[in-house]
Write a protein that binds this ligand. Structure first.
Ligand SMILES: Nc1ncnc2c1ncn2[C@@H]1O[C@H](COP(=O)(O)OP(=O)(O)OP(=O)(O)O)[C@@H](O)[C@H]1O
Length: 334
C-alpha cells in the first residue's frame, strides 16, 4: 500500500534523510521511530505530498506522491505535528469543510462527518467551537480531519505528543481501531508507543533507516534473544571463561549490578545473552556451582525494544548489522 524507495532529501547542503527505503502492507501500522532530528517529519511530509524529495520515489496505493500528488492526497489522511485546525469553526463545521476540500460529494458528507465524529468519540463536542477544546480533544479533531474522507492510508506525525496519560491511551486505542481497514504510518520518539500500537517498526537515525521489522523480531535478531542476569561470588573473568563454554550461551559481559540492587563487595555481576531459541539457564547454574562459584541470583531478563533502540542509535559499529537487517526486510517485502 505504501512503498518508499531510496528517498533522500537535502535542505541546502544538509541531508535530512538519505536512501530511506521501507514498505507498509495493507492494514498494517508501521511506527517510524527515531530521536529528535532523525528525519521522521521530513519523510512523512514527502509521503503526504507536501515536500518534494531530492532523490528516490514513494508510492501510495500505486500513485507516485510527486507525479500524482492530487490522487495521493485524496487517498491519504495526514495529521502534521501541529493539527491544521480552524479555531473559530465548530468541530462539525470544520469536518464538513475538510470533507468538501477532500472531494467528498455533498450527498456523502453528512454520513462521512458523522462516522469520523463517532470514530473519534467527539459526539459531545460536535457543536463546540474548536478554540474551546482541550489539547486532547483538538488532537482527536486532528485525527478526525485525517480520516473524514475515509482514506485507505493515514499518516500521523507524533499523534500523542503533548497529551496527558489518559488521552495518550485513548488516542492509541483510536489508532489501533483504525488498523485493518486502513494502512497507517505513525512517527514517534516514544518506545512504548511502538510496542503498544504498531505491528512493525522502522527505526530511523540521522536520516537513515537502520532496521525494519516487527518489534519482537528486532529484539530477537539484534540482541540474540533473551538472557540472564547473575550475581555470583568469585572471580568475574574466570566465571566469564567458564560460562562462555556453556551450550546455548552467545555472550557473557560484566554489568555494574543485577536486578537494580546495590552492588555488594566480593560479588560479581554478569549478563549472559543466550542464543535465539535456547534456554541455557539450568546449565549456567550447574556449571557455575560445579566450578566452585557461589550463585546468589540468576534471573531471566528479556531484551526490550529500548535495548534495541539504544544499540541502533548510539553505537556506530552496529550500523553494519542494521543495514543487513534492513536489506533482509526489503527482500521479504519484494
Ligand atoms: N526546512 C528545513 N531546513 C533545513 N533543515 C531542516 C528543515 N527541516 C528539517 N531540517 C533538518 O532535517 C533533519 C531532519 O528533521 P526532521 O524534522 O525531519 O526530524 P524529526 O525526526 O521529525 O525530528 P523531531 O522529532 O524533532 O520533529 C534535522 O537535522 C533538521 O534540522
Amino acid at each position: 500500500m505504501i512503498e518508499v524507495e531510496h528517498l533522500s532529501k537535502i535542505y541546502g547542503s544538509t541531508p535530512a534523510i538519505t536512501d530511506v527505503t521501507f514498505s507498509v502492507e495493507p492494514g498494517e501500522i508501521l511506527g517510524l521511530l527515531g530521536p529528535n532530528g532523525a528525519g521522521k517529519t521530513t519523510t512523512m511530509r514527502i509521503l503526504a505530498g507536501y515536500l518534494p524529495a531530492t532523490n528516490g520515489n514513494a508510492r501510495i496505493a500505486g500513485y507516485d506522491v510527486h507525479e500524482n500528488s492530487l490522487a495521493v492526497r485524496q487517498r491519504i489522511g495526514y495529521l502534521p505535528e501541529t493539527p491544521p485546525l480552524y479555531p473559530d469553526m465548530t468541530v462539525e463545521g470544520f469536518l464538513h469543510f475538510v470533507a468538501r476540500i477532500k472531494g467528498v460529494s455533498a450527498g456523502d458528507r453528512p454520513n462521512k462527518v458523522t462516522a469520523a465524529i463517532e470514530r473519534c468519540n467527539l459526539e459531545d463536542k460536535r457543536r463546540v467551537i474548536i478554540r474551546k477544546l482541550s489539547k486532547g480533544y483538538r488532537q482527536r479533531v486532528g485525527i478526525a480531519q485525517a480520516i473524514v474522507h475515509d482514506p485507505p492510508a493515514i499518516i500521523l506525525d507524533e499523534p500523542t505528543v503533548g497529551l496527558d496519560p489518559r488521552q495518550i491511551i485513548e488516542v492509541r486505542n483510536l489508532i489501533k481501531s483504525l488498523a485493518g481497514t486502513h494502512t497507517i504510518i505513525l512517527s514517534t520518539h516514544i518506545l512504548p508507543e511502538v510496542s503498544m500500537t504498531c505491528s512493525r517498526v522502522a527505526i530511523i537515525n540521522r536520516g537513515k533507516v537502520v532496521a525494519t521489522n516487527t518489534p519482537e523480531n528486532l529484539m530477537t535478531q539484534l540482541t540474540g534473544g533473551s538472557g540472564y542476569e547473575l550475581e555470583i561470588e568469585g572471580e568475574a573473568a574466570l566465571a566469564k571463561q567458564v560460562l562462555q563454554k556453556v551450550a546455548g550461551v552467545s555472550l557473557v559481559e560484566s554489568i555494574p549490578t543485577a536486578g537494580g540492587h546495590q552492588p555488594q563487595e566480593n560479588r560479581a555481576y554478569l549478563r549472559v545473552i543466550s542464543q535465539p531459541g535456547k534456554e541455557p539457564g539450568k546449565d549456567i547454574a550447574t556449571t557455575l556451582v560445579r566450578a566452585g562459584f557461589g550463585l546468589h541470583e540468576l534471573r531471566r531478563v528479556n531484551a526490550t525494544l529500548e535495548d534495541v533502540f539504544l544499540q541502533l542509535t548510539t553505537e556506530e559499529k552496529n550500523f553494519d548489522t542494521e543495514v543487513d537487517l534492513a536489506a533482509d526486510n526489503e527482500g521479504e517485502a519484494a
